[in-house]
Design a protein around this ligand. Structure first.
Ligand code: PA5
Length: 451
């Protein structure tokens, strides 16, 4: 059963029923192509089955590894980039206490998860090492290819730090490698040094891998319930695969709606949330959709805002700038309900009209008010309705967006599972850094750039 709903009421002025209906046939073909593995990128459809493939024994193994790491560590460093880190971060940030690092009694809690290898900032990594000098820590190095420069460099530095701190043998007990089952430098290194390893399945691309050990292990270390996450994904999978009719299938509806809007000139989709906890979920979504659809000169540009913060920065543009935008709101119905606006006898701030209201109620009104204003300003609005933020509904949401992304990519006529464009910068960087085998490219790039 799927609890995530797609509401097109505030996009209907731009999406007539006929335009959606035109996608029925193509959607049906795309759904069949996903299930029967006959479409473009068919070798990368392992994510469709992931909620099933991660069985009880793998889950137990992951939980045991997570507990072991948690017992040893105040900090757990997730080292990876792109799909090898964003999924885990999206889930952890959505569920954790906003100020967990400052909570009293931190020592008895699950390790704080920090991230490395997602940038090449020297100061970032040096600052992280400053913190790790005085903390017990362990880490996961996550790279499907096992050769990506950013996490590989960060890992070399962290491994060196860990070995100096604990000795080579104990350092090896504090490292988990998640990579390809046989290829890549990381796999060879992990085997040689005796690290515990988990496999990124061959047929699962990085950005579709959050429900594999790539996402599950860090989420479990952070103390969240990965069985519930998978159970949400399983329920959503069952619902989407058993529901061919677009009207009842939220992923099909979302995929078709965004393609109708794209064809009408709405080339930018802004994912809007009203909870800062969802900022990294938006980052995960941006990567999933940007890397899946932006190719062959096509694709919706995925952007994101966190409101109401960004209503005071990006809100102006969305309201009155170029009319090439549509919005997709992650609308969360319930939060924990812990905070009400108090009465004030003097009412100097004139806010007594809000007394007794939960802050979330005010936030929900801000959402409605903004939706209506933006619709009036010519911005179609798709609402994704989520009952609340917990592992179960996040599992549903992840599977919903993955499935919708595959469908949407097929409707667009591209391969949603490759990323040929990512190689261009890598090739140049290897050449400019002097990697053996790139000598000719190095000369010509340096000449072009005037170095
Ligand atoms: O989605 C993808 O495939 C990419 O974003 C990769 O996850 C990213 O480039 C990292 O690759 P790797 O896991 O091989 O280090």
């Amino acid at each position: 059963m799927g609890n995530i709903k797609v509401n097109l009421n505030n996009a209907s002025a731009w999406i007539d029923a006929g335009a959606l209906d035109n996608y029925q046939e193509k959607l049906k073909e795309s759904m069949d192509a996903i299930v029967n593995k006959t479409g473009r990128g068919r070798d990368f459809l392992g994510w469709v089955e992931l909620p099933q493939v991660v069985d009880a024994s793998l889950l137990q193994k992951i939980e045991a590894s997570a507990q072991l790491m948690a017992r040893k560590s105040e900090i757990f460093v997730v080292t990876g980039i792109g799909g090898s880190y964003l999924g885990a971060r999206a889930v952890i940030e959505a569920l954790k206490h906003h100020f967990d690092v400052l909570l009293p009694g931190r020592k008895n809690k699950s390790p704080l998860v920090l991230y490395a290898g997602q940038n090449l900032s020297e100061d970032y990594l040096a600052d992280l090492l400053d913190v790790l000098d005085d903390k017990d820590y362990s880490l996961a190095v996550i790279s499907k290819s096992g050769t990506t420069t950013e996490p590989a460099v960060a890992f070399r530095i962290l491994k060196n730090h860990l070995e100096k701190k604990y000795g080579v043998e104990e350092a090896a007990n504090r490292i988990i490698a998640i990579t390809d089952k046989e290829k890549g430098a990381l796999k060879q290194l992990a085997d040689k040094l005796g690290y515990q390893t988990y496999v990124v399945p061959d047929d699962v691309g990085g950005r579709y891998s959050v429900l594999s050990p790539v996402g599950l292990l860090p989420v479990a270390v952070a103390g969240f319930d990965i069985e519930k996450l998978l159970s949400g994904a399983r329920d959503m999978r069952e619902h989407l695969l058993a529901t061919p009719a677009m009207e009842q299938n939220p992923a099909a509806l979302y995929a078709a709606a965004r393609n109708v809007l794209y064809r009408s000139g709405k080339k930018i989709e802004v994912m809007v949330n009203y909870l800062p906890a969802l900022t990294y979920f938006t980052e995960w979504w941006k990567q999933l959709y940007g890397e899946s659809e932006g190719k062959e000169g096509k694709g919706i540009f995925p952007a994101g805002v966190t409101n109401t913060t960004d209503l005071h920065s990006m809100g102006q543009y969305i309201q009155e700038g170029e009319r090439i935008i549509f919005e997709t709101v992650l609308s969360v119905e319930r939060v924990n309900g812990r905070l009400q606006i108090p009465h004030d006898d003097e009412d100097l701030d004139r806010l007594n009209y809000l007394e007794g209201k939960n802050l979330h109620d005010v936030n929900r009104v801000a959402e409605t008010a903004t939706t209506l204003a933006h619709v009036d300003g010519g911005v179609p609005n798709i609402r994704i309705e989520i009952p609340e933020l917990n592992e179960y509904y996040l599992g549903q949401l992840i599977y919903f967006f993955e499935y919708a992304c595959a469908l949407s990519g097929y409707l667009l006529g591209i391969n949603p599972f490759d990323q040929p464009g990512v190689e261009a910068y890598k090739k140049n960087m290897f050449a400019l850094l002097g990697k053996p085998g790139f000598e000719n490219e190095k000369r010509s790039l340096e000449e072009r750039f005037g170095i």
